[in-house]
Design a protein around this ligand. Structure first.
Ligand code: AMP
Length: 121
């Protein structure tokens, strides 16, 4: 999947469309998912133009990689789900049913989340 600089998250990063921000630092932005699948559903994204986890792993600096990891933990605590538990999901590519071609981690919690993997649609 190629990076499309007009994808919705690139537009959020450029300030062209709004988001409900939870956290921001030099390398990352976290904001509420527009169609939440759980009481807590926050997306954590790198600010750089990366499509997938493997693309990010290959090209991102150590500082960017550390920042993304740190941001996920910070969001879990900020949103109050660290104690009760939560799930971090990264959908990649065709088989992962990735919709937006800018790397994002879903942080979900606030209720029991059910089984990890459902049947294919
Ligand atoms: P994925 O299927 O992993 O690519 O997830 C994409 C996610 O982006 C979905 O959960 C959408 O609800 C979410 N999403 C799409 N547009 C927006 C937006 N403008 N603001 C916040 N979340 C969005």
């Amino acid at each position: 999947m190629a990076y499309d600089s007009n994808n919705i998250f690139a537009r959020i990063l450029r300030g062209e469309i709004p988001c409900k921000k939870v956290h921001e630092d030099q390398h990352t932005l976290a904001f509420h998912d527009i169609q939440p699948k759980a009481p807590v559903h926050v997306l954590v994204i790198p600010k750089g133009a990366y499509v997938s986890w493997d693309d990010f792993h290959e090209r991102a600096s150590d500082a960017e990689q550390a920042a993304l990891s740190r941001a996920v933990g910070m969001v879990a605590r900020l949103m109050g789900v660290a104690e009760g538990g939560y799930r971090v999901i990264c959908n990649v590519g065709r088989d992962g049913l990735q919709e937006v071609p800018h790397l994002h981690l879903h942080v979900l919690g606030g209720r029991t989340l059910g089984r990890m993997i459902g049947k294919p649609d």
